[in-house]
Write a protein of this length. Structure first.
Length: 877
């Protein structure tokens, strides 16, 4: 704030606005101020006060909704939750197992959760529950509440972070490990915020389409102030503002610290976030000071205390909690002698106890009350708290994040602060404390949750079983395309288009794109099903006179999320878990440039695996040489390697339209009819070619990962390939024929699945030496004859390498290791040595090594194939 050059003039202005407020109300005053700001702006000034307000509570005391419950009872309950949360972590770390856990995060957030649980979070008994993204490091606090509520036992708590032998409590929220408890995986910082925003977006989408009404259901996202530095945390806040997601509430626990130290030692994270969120169109509710400050602030007639508050740095605020009342008096209030005077009657102890807003149930209640009742915009609550609240000398120290063990003195200080009924004799055991079922505390706790619809967290682990769609959507593609040339991307879009019209499941199909529909030939869907827009379409689209015009509508089906792979993926994730969160299975198809898939958003995909997502990811325009003109940053030759790292992701690289159809049909069956816990990644390409008819009866083999497409009575070599490159293997077969070398060709729809099958069989045989040895699927296909195998794909070699252990003959693998580049497909396939000539070269070499052909024949083939030993190696070029 610049220096006040004329305080008398300033006060005249202030008096003037005060009298408007008094006589005509706050709205009129705001109107005048807006007019004045406009005037100023005309002169070139950019008013700064639009985005941030003074460092104080946004809700004035007179406007605070009052908390209806029993403050003292709730404090007793909260204290027990605090104690048990601490006990969970301390007990887990009493031995040498290094189990870890966190104390200080929850201790700063306990009131923020408690007010939610006591008054706002709705449960799942007979209704759709609120969707809550808990801050991952608060998990002990959430378990501690479930323990008091009677849903977890002492034994469960003692199994915190022990999940190998017993179904213990997962370290953080992990639906995979606690499928009936946690709904969302959140601990990887930043994922909760972006997933939560898109969850609220999808909640409105589902409602707008008349699928699942949203009524006053909310999405709550709890996150850390340090966590807000993740690009994902703030990356989608503009969408929430623009879409007016009034069903979304962010609660940011501003304890001013992250893991290593202060979040903004030299500034104010609350003010910074206020500006960002307000700029994005959110309601911002700052909960800075607790009620003990109210009488002090009431005495600040000249705003001098406010000036000190406005200038205080987070680094200083941290010190005030770690160094106590006397320090605060000297370094905060004493900045102005008049302000020092205001607190002269307070002892140091009193000053220390001046509470922060986030620890004051009344203030937090008022904020939540306002948030849940706000219309037309999302709300963010910025709550000032203290990290490690209540743990004695470890509160607000720079190392408090990692506290897992506490000195006896600290434990006693905690017990005393929160009046926990544990004696000195017993305290070293750190016993859990739970009053009897019929105690007033437990009765109160149960009553509050019953009135809100039952306990949470709870995850719906069962879902409606869907019927299979009409087979025609798929069987059309079994027939091949005759002479018509299409791409597998086009085939996929056809299937999606047909499925959208399906009587049984059509309404559940959601095509999602990140501004790439035209790339994938999906623009017909714009008009056919419409693009979802919460505002509808309030303008005439430029192409209104065209057949495929850009139609936005309130009940549009397609999600056109703009250029945000993380956002589009988060929307997919919300739909892919709708079977659980909405009790209404959805079948989302997210189509994206395969290069900007896993590589860009792998952590979200990993979280989707944890969340048990079900749906289809389509890596369109895939293949390092198949998407040819786009160059190094676009041409993907490794997404299958990346997708293979996610245990429940089934991935396929089909070559032909009928394979795509078989895979999608099977996917719908597995995920939505058989209720298996998978999601699908399918790469498709933009290369147009003719597609053959499906060989009858090959469905099962296609699904398993490999089927024979070209047979030979007496093959000398087996050529295997996938995606668009399979056609190079087919060409190679014809070339080899010229040298009297017979071959057979196999389409490998999934090297990843072949590897999984191989691992399973290998393990089974090792564990069961007394039983008959099983053969892996690859071994079954390639009987034990020593026919060399040559693989070629549009992916790096490690993709096809995976099946080497299950091949009993020689195995040569070609692939696209190295950076991509732009050129014609033909040139690129030569460059990466995956084309027919190179497949012939590799085959000839294998046959030469096996003694099937001699050196003369080899030299001839090499000469014909143009093999050049001096050609630079493509992965270093
Ligand atoms: C993506 C990611 N990076 C790093 C971490 C490790 N980590 C866990 S907690 C933490 C600090 C969290 O600080 P803040 O968000 O302020 O939460 P607080 O504990 O202070 O409430 C870090 C860096 C993580 N969990 N996720
Ligand atoms: Mg923090």
């Amino acid at each position: 704030m610049p220096k006040d050059l004329d305080p008398i003039e300033t006060s005249e202005w202030l008096d003037a606005i005060s009298s408007v407020i008094e006589e005509e109300g706050i709205e009129r005053a705001s109107f005048i101020m807006t007019k004045l700001a406009k005037k100023l702006n005309e002169e070139g000034a950019i008013p700064s006060y639009n985005l941030t307000t003074p460092f104080r509570n946004s809700i004035p005391v007179k406007d605070q909704a009052s908390m209806p419950g029993d403050l003292f009872m709730e404090r007793r309950i909260r204290s027990l939750i605090r104690w048990n949360a601490l006990a969970i972590v301390l007990r887990a770390n009493k031995n040498d197992d290094d189990l870890g856990g966190h104390i200080s995060t929850f201790s700063s957030a306990a009131t923020l959760y408690d007010i939610g649980f006591n008054y706002f979070f709705r449960g799942s008994n007979g209704q759709l529950e609120d969707l809550i993204y808990y801050q991952g490091h608060c998990s002990p606090g959430i378990y501690a509440r479930s323990f008091l509520e009677g849903y977890l036992s002492e034994e469960d708590l003692d199994n915190f972070r022990r999940e190998v032998e017993k179904p213990g409590l997962s370290s953080y929220p992990h639906p995979w490990l606690m499928p009936e408890y946690w709904q969302f995986p959140t601990v990887s910082m930043g994922l909760g915020p972006i997933l939560g925003i898109y969850q609220a977006h999808i909640m409105r989408y589902m409602s707008a389409r008349g699928l699942v009404p949203r009524d006053d259901r909310k999405v709550w996202v709890f996150c850390g102030d340090g966590e807000m530095d993740e690009p994902e945390s703030k990356g989608a806040i503009a969408l929430a503002g623009r879409e007016q997601l009034e069903n979304l509430i962010f609660v940011i626990n501003c304890n001013l610290q992250r893991l290593d130290g202060p979040v903004r030692g030299n500034g104010s994270i609350i003010q910074e976030l206020e500006g960002s969120f307000r700029g994005a169109g959110w309601n911002v509710i700052k909960v800075v000071w607790g009620r003990h400050w109210d009488p002090i602030m009431a005495k600040d007639k000249e705003g001098k205390l406010q000036d000190i508050m406005d200038a205080v740095l987070d680094g200083e605020l941290q010190n005030f909690k770690s160094k106590g009342g006397a320090y605060t008096r000297e370094n905060f209030f004493a900045k102005d002698p008049d302000v020092l005077e205001i607190v002269k009657d307070l002892t140091d102890e009193h000053i220390y106890k001046l509470n922060r807003g986030g620890h004051d149930p009344y203030k937090v209640y008022a904020a939540y009350h306002k948030a849940v009742n706000s219309k037309g915009a999302p709300t963010v609550i910025l709550a000032l708290t203290s990290k490690g609240y209540g743990i004695g000398s470890r509160e607000a120290d720079n190392t408090t994040h990692q506290v897992k063990k506490l000195s006896l003195d600290n434990i006693k200080a905690f017990r005393d602060k929160f009046n926990i009924p544990v004696t000195d004799d017993d305290i070293e055991n750190i016993p859990y404390v739970r009053p009897a079922d019929d105690s007033p505390e437990i009765q109160y706790l149960k009553k509050t949750r019953d009135s809100l619809g039952g306990p949470i967290p709870r995850r719906r682990n069962i879902s409606e079983i869907l019927s299979l769609p009409d087979d025609k959507s798929f069987s059309k593609l079994y027939e091949g395309t005759d002479e018509r040339k299409i791409s597998t991307t086009m085939a996929t879009v056809r299937i999606i288009t047909d499925l959208l019209k399906d009587k049984e499941i059509g309404k559940r199909i959601v095509p999602i794109v990140p501004d790439e529909a035209r790339t994938f030939g999906m623009e017909a869907l714009f008009r056919q099903v419409g693009i979802y827009s919460s505002a509808g379409q309030n303008y005439e689209p430029e192409d209104a006179d065209k057949v495929m015009w850009y139609k936005e509508s309130k009940d549009g089906v397609m999600l056109e999320e703009g250029i945000t792979e993380a956002g589009a993926f988060s929307a997919w994730s919300a739909l892919a878990t709708a079977y659980s969160t909405y009790d209404f299975p959805m079948i989302p198809f997210y189509l994206f440039y395969s290069m900007f898939g896993f590589q860009r958003i792998h952590d979200l995909a990993w979280a989707a695996g944890d969340a048990q997502a079900k749906g289809f990811l389509i890596g369109a325009t895939s293949g390092r040489t198949t998407l040819n003109g786009e160059g190094l940053q676009h041409q993907d030759g490794h997404s299958h390697v990346l997708s293979s790292t996610i245990p429940n992701c089934l991935s396929y690289d089909p070559a032909f339209a009928y394979e795509v159809a078989v895979i999608i049909k099977d996917g719908i069956k597995k995920m939505y009819v058989d209720q298996e816990n998978y999601f699908y990644y399918i790469t498709t390409t933009n290369e147009n070619y003719e597609h053959p008819k499906m060989i009858e009866g090959s469905e099962e083999a296609i699904i398993k990962g490999m089927h024979k497409i070209e047979s030979s009575k007496n093959p000398a070599v087996r050529l295997i390939g996938s995606g668009a490159i399979l056609r190079e293997s087919i060409k190679a077969k014809d070339i080899l024929k010229n040298y009297n070398i017979d071959s057979e060709v196999w389409s490998v729809t999934s090297f990843n699945l072949l590897r999984k099958d191989g691992m399973e069989v290998e393990r089974f045989n090792q564990l069961n030496p007394d039983l008959d040895e099983k053969l892996s699927y690859v071994e079954q296909c390639f009987d034990r004859k020593s026919i060399p195998v040559v693989a070629s794909t549009d992916y790096m070699r490690s993709y096809a390498e995976q099946i080497r252990p299950y091949i009993n003959s020689s195995y040569a693998v070609l692939g696209t290791d190295g950076f991509g580049r732009s050129d014609s497909r033909e040139m690129l396939r030569g460059f990466f040595e995956i084309n027919a000539n190179n497949i012939v070269r590799a085959s000839a070499y294998s046959l030469f090594k096996e003694g099937v052909i001699d050196k003369v024949q080899l030299d001839k083939i090499y000469l014909d194939m143009g093999v050049d030993p001096s050609k630079p190696n493509p992965w270093e070029a």
